[in-house]
Design a protein. Structure first.
Length: 252
């Protein structure tokens, strides 16, 4: 059985407070791309994981990761193959999306997802939804015209640990999430302090209808009115920055 671990985007992400336990209260609009990592499971007597794909090397030596924890959460034994096509620690929910794909394949539940991480419930749903508290309190969102929107994902080839970015948030509550199109990503400033190249990525996406950083970065996305405009931007950016990672996709 095979399942896509759909790339997660935060179309807007407002950080409202730092809680006493060190976690942050957020308001976000999750959306998902049509593409992502690929997870395959096959019957086996013991649980195993084989990682392949262009970003497999970033997970070498990781040991007990979210994919294996997801399988254990449902008490399953299986031979799991993860085709790692998304960059790691990139703001695209990679590990959470991979774990969610395993749960979908092995019959896991939202309760299982909640034990694995704040983004895993949203990734299990893999549909547009508003997320609150740590992102795990979800309300499905129907936004006319959003599905099928052409998207260009761009990463400067640099990873960003989520905890470091949240630690750099300045603690200022800039207000609630209302209309996501006029929203913001409050993690952009601390992410850019760590990886200044994010500014260059956003500048390269300036022709998009909306260009923002996703999650804690460093991947940024551009939403386009049509695929021709998206593909023209991809060709231009690829020519100017051949070392950057790009993905031409659409919203689900």
């Amino acid at each position: 059985m095979r399942e896509t671990a759909y790339a997660k985007l935060n179309l807007a992400l407002h950080v409202r407070a730092r809680e006493a336990d060190g976690y942050h209260r957020i308001e976000t609009l999750f959306a998902f791309c049509e593409d992502g990592d690929l997870v395959t499971v096959a019957p086996a007597d013991a649980l195993s994981l084989d990682v392949t794909g262009p970003f497999a090397g970033a997970l070498t030596g990781e040991g007990d990761n979210l994919v294996l924890r997801a399988a254990r959460a449902v008490g399953a034994t299986a031979a799991i193959t993860l085709d790692k096509r998304l960059p790691v620690a990139a703001g695209l929910g990679g590990g959470s999306a991979d774990a969610a794909a395993v749960l979908r394949l092995l019959g896991g539940s939202m309760a299982d997802a909640a034990t694995l991480g704040a983004d895993v419930p949203a990734c299990l749903l893999s549909r547009t939804a508003r997320g609150e508290r740590r992102g795990q309190v979800l309300e499905p969102a129907e936004i006319p015209g959003l599905a099928g929107t052409p998207v260009l994902l761009v990463n400067p080839g640099l990873s960003l640990p989520t905890a470091l970015v949240f630690k750099g948030w300045d603690g200022i509550d800039r207000g609630p999430l209302g209309d996501w199109e006029s929203g913001r990503n409050d993690l952009e400033a601390p992410a850019r302090a760590l990886v200044p190249e994010i500014g260059a990525v956003l500048a390269a996406l300036s022709g998009a209808r909306i260009a923002r950083m996703s999650g804690s970065g460093a991947t940024c996305f551009g939403l386009y009115d049509n695929e021709a405009a998206r593909d023209a931007a991809a060709a231009r950016i690829s020519a100017e920055k051949p070392a950057w990672w790009l993905s031409q996709t659409r919203l689900r």
